[in-house]
Design a protein around this ligand. Structure first.
Ligand code: PGA
Length: 252
């Protein structure tokens, strides 16, 4: 059974106090007030707060993801953070391939493949993002772009390793812009992505892999998006910065 998942990607927004108080309040709502939901909840704080966040969430069903790792094991890479460092503080998941990493930090598919390999070496689960730009959609290239992104990265992995992945379809034109893909556009792409997994890895894997949508999800559109057959949840940026909105999305 594929898991339903909602991820709060806080990007470079929350400081120590904001991160820890959000997580404590989230726990209160999820466990004490017992909000009704059927999803795995993952929060992605910035590096300095991963350790404390993980301690707060110990023994709960909520999970943590890092927002990035470096592709090398260790060495002279000033300012970088390795997969083994994350592993050593108990982090089990990482977001890779986010379009902001691709755009601002020039992470190409070959680098992302190295990051995937090192993440798998340390047993991290990977939330891998794919998606086309507005221009590519105008030129009707979205399917080719997403296929290439997967073929040059994730599809180098074995069937065993694929069990460590979540895929996030994030059309770049919808991220942080307030423009969401319509649920038909998103469902069509998710169905296509699932068909690629079917072709490459067979039915069991394609049925089980969670494919999340990301790009201006909010409390108003989440229900329609999550209702789609091939949309298994969301990777949420802006709307994950307000607890009430995030809780509404979790319950959608
Ligand atoms: P957004 O960001 O919800 O603010 O569009 C999504 C993401 O970048 O993962």
């Amino acid at each position: 059974m594929k898991k339903k998942v909602v991820i709060a990607n806080w990007k470079m927004n929350y400081d120590f106090h904001e991160t820890t108080s959000f997580i404590r309040n989230l726990l209160k709502f999820v466990f004490e007030k017992k909000i009704n939901h059927n999803k795995e909840i993952i929060v992605a704080p910035s590096f300095p707060f991963l350790h404390i966040s993980n301690q707060i969430l110990q023994g709960t069903t909520l999970n943590i993801a890092a927002q990035n790792i470096h592709q090398k094991d260790r060495g002279s890479y000033t300012g970088e953070v390795s997969a083994s460092m994350l592993k050593s503080i108990g982090i089990q998941k990482v977001i890779l391939g986010h379009s902001e990493r691709r755009k601002f930090f020039l992470e190409k598919n070959n680098i992302l493949l190295e990051k995937i390999k090192i993440a798998l070496k340390y047993g991290l689960n990977i939330i891998f993002c794919v998606g086309e730009s507005l221009n590519e959609r105008y030129n009707n290239q979205q399917f080719k772009i997403v296929k290439d992104q997967l073929e040059e990265t994730v599809f180098h992995c074995s069937s065993e390793d694929i069990k460590s992945f979540y895929i996030a379809y994030e059309p770049i034109w919808a991220i942080g812009t307030g423009k969401t893909a319509t649920f038909e556009q998103a469902q069509t792409m998710h169905e296509f992505i699932r068909s690629l997994f079917l072709e490459k890895y067979g039915e069991k894997i394609s049925n089980n892999i969670s494919i999340l949508y990301g790009g201006s999800i909010n409390d108003l559109n989440a229900k329609d998006l999550f209702y789609q057959k091939d949309i298994d949840g969301g990777l949420v940026g802006n709307s994950s910065l307000k607890l009430e909105k995030f809780l509404d999305i979790v319950q959608s």
